[in-house]
Design a protein around this ligand. Structure first.
Ligand code: ATP
Ligand code: MG
Length: 331
């Protein structure tokens, strides 16, 4: 069976963008792969976090993974900082990557720009992709389902794996990236040229999976749309409506062309009211399941078991990498 790895940061409460770009794919793929799903808290601290909030978000994120439909009996769900192999491998991969490669990453450039206005830019923000490469490579992942924003990091992961293999020993699996067919890049509701992000300072831009369902419907109704009145998918001319069509299509599993046909001749207002209802119903059902997991007391056991299983696999690869690089003693 092939192996899958993917991670989400507890940097906030995941958005419907994260659901559509990441969780929905996870659920569809979990039975075909030996699947590792990680709460990447070490990535979250590349920008400042409140300690208590981070812990709270980590727990909620675990519940959200499961509420999305992942089966804890089948998959391995765990917290990155509880498996030491990630940080060890990240250091080795930092010594394989080049500064220039990291400085070219658009996520670094975007987040550094935002961060620079508040306080300094952490070294971790720059070296983040080495940790992400480590996350993936220590499980010998064959496939990594992520949103489109992570494509560049995945490309770098492949480069680092190939360079490591060529320089030291051919032990790392070069992973494939997998983006969803629809909704690989959900955009901000108040600026459809910007990706929806859970760490956005402006709450109007995103719908969090734990937003009050009625308030979320309202956010949809007040989403920025385009000039004109036609409901047509056109990312260049109509980025706002296209984004809403992507959300609609993903949450209902109806094709965009089917929706275009349905809304032919109808107004933006009617379209947004309907989508608001879709989002409201989706969130209400989703949050019932999240609350079930938060109250069930099973989360800690699932995460403990997950960390153990993950460490068993990852430690073996870290040892191989250390041997290949000549670290430690020969035994
Ligand atoms: P942050 O702003 O803290 O980086 P984020 O919303 O980008 O948060 P991540 O934890 O970085 O979320 O990413 C988790 C997963 O969600 C990744 O697979 C990422 O590609 C995907 N993802 C993030 N934003 C979007 C989006 N707007 N549309 C589709 N997928 C997304
Ligand atoms: Mg992100």
């Amino acid at each position: 069976m092939k192996t899958l790895f993917s991670g989400v940061q507890p940097s906030g409460i995941p958005t419907i963008g994260n659901y559509i770009g990441a969780y929905k794919q996870f659920v569809e793929m979990q039975h075909e792969y030996d699947s590792y799903f990680c709460i990447v808290d070490q990535h979250a601290i590349t920008v400042p976090q409140d300690r208590l909030k981070l812990r709270e978000n980590t727990k909620k994120l675990a519940a959200i993974y499961l509420a999305s439909g992942l089966d804890p009996e089948k998959i391995t769900l765990f917290i990155q900082s509880e498996v030491a192999a990630h940080a060890k491998a990240a250091w080795m991969l930092q010594c394989v990557g080049y500064i220039g490669e990291l400085e070219r990453m658009t996520q670094y450039k975007d987040k550094a720009r935002r961060q620079n206005q508040k306080e300094g830019i952490s070294v971790g923000l720059l070296t983040y992709p080495s940790l992400m490469a480590a996350d993936i490579l220590i499980y010998s992942a064959d496939v990594v389902p992520v949103g489109e924003d992570q494509g560049q990091h995945l490309e770098l992961t492949r480069t680092l794996a190939e360079r490591f293999n060529a320089k030291y020993n051919d032990i790392l699996t070069v992973p494939e990236v997998k983006h969803p067919e629809t909704g690989g890049r959900i955009m901000s509701l108040n600026d459809p040229t910007k990706k929806m992000s859970k760490s956005d300072d402006n709450q109007k831009g995103y719908i969090s999976l734990l937003d009050d369902p009625k308030a979320a419907a309202k956010k949809i109704r007040s989403a920025v749309t385009d000039s004109g009145s036609e409901i047509r998918y056109d990312k260049e001319e109509k980025p706002g409506i296209s984004n809403l069509l992507d959300i609609y299509s993903s949450l209902t599993d109806r094709s965009v062309s089917d929706l275009e046909l349905d809304y032919d001749g109808k107004s933006y207002g009617e379209f947004k009211t309907d989508l608001g209802e879709v989002v409201e119903a989706f969130l209400a059902r989703f949050q019932d399941r999240v609350n079930h997991y938060l109250e069930s007391g099973a989360l800690d056991d699932i995460l403990d078991r997950g960390a153990e299983r993950a460490a068993r696999k990852a430690d073996r690869m870290v040892e191989k990498m250390e041997r290949a690089m000549g670290l430690g003693r020969k035994r």
